[in-house]
Design a protein around this ligand. Structure first.
Ligand code: HEM
Ligand code: HEM
Length: 184
């Protein structure tokens, strides 16, 4: 006999690939943000240079994985919206769209800053990446605050996103989190 689900119970799940990418990217983004904040205030030293490299490599990895994620998302239908007020569904879609935009904007602006500042990127010390803006100190000064502000915008949206996920879990108790939970 089929079990009846309460009207607000989510019925679908994201695909395994989408779930894997969500959590790998969540960890990478949180780590890259934290390293970015930490390294920026360090005095010039070999460890600062090392952290800058790690930050840039991780950022470019986020960019590449986000391209894969977007491609997967466009070719694999996500589960249907959970029942709830229309404004909440629109807020969720709006937040997800903005996050996707920032997954590209933050690393690309970081990359542009690095090129303008005269530090080309060699991904993991192996693959030299092209500079798509010229070396130009004035341009670097212009771009730097954009990388910082966009990274903060992403962090605030992520906090909003996590607060919404927790609200579904603790207040609505509708099991929304299962849609993104690894395992069966
Ligand atoms: C840096 C951290 C995170 C980022 C960047 C992020 C980003 C995203 C994005 C972009 C989506 C939409 C997926 C799509 O439709 O393609 C999503 C979905 C989701 N995320 Fe996160 N997330 C993060 C952390 C978390 C955390 C910590 C939780 C749990 C507390 C969480 C729970 C969820 C859930 C439940 C969904 C599915 C929402 C739905 O089905 O409407 N996320 N996340
Ligand atoms: C999603 C990926 C990324 C996140 C979340 C992120 C976040 C941050 C944050 C929070 C800072 C500190 C800003 C400050 O307080 O001054 C920072 C600095 C920096 N980021 Fe990123 N970043 C990302 C990707 C990249 C990429 C791909 C590059 C270059 C290839 C890059 C290059 C830099 C550089 C050079 C700085 C240091 C700026 C300075 O103080 O001189 N970032 N990043």
């Amino acid at each position: 006999m089929p079990t009846a689900l309460p009207p607000s119970a989510p019925t679908g799940r994201y695909t395994g690939v989408a779930i894997g990418l969500h959590w790998v990217l969540a960890l990478l983004i949180a780590g890259t943000f934290a390293v970015g904040l930490y390294m920026a205030d360090l005095p010039v030293s070999p460890s600062r240079i090392k952290l800058f490299s790690y930050h840039k490599w991780a950022g470019v990895t986020i960019l590449a994985l986000s391209a894969l994620r977007l491609l997967w998302r466009l070719t694999h239908r996500p589960p249907a919206d959970v029942a709830g007020p229309r404004w909440q569904q629109m807020a969720a879609h709006g937040t997800h769209h903005l996050l996707y935009l920032l997954f590209f904007a933050v690393p690309l602006v970081g990359w542009a800053y690095s090129s303008a500042a005269g530090f080309p990127i060699v991904w993991f010390g192996v693959l030299p990446l092209p500079d798509f803006v010229p070396k130009d100190k004035a341009l670097a000064d212009l771009i730097k605050p954009w990388h910082e502000s966009l990274a903060w915008a992403m962090a605030l949206l992520v906090l909003l996103h996590i607060a919404a996920a927790l609200k579904h879990q603790v207040i609505d108790r509708d099991g929304l989190i299962n849609r993104m939970r690894p395992g069966r």
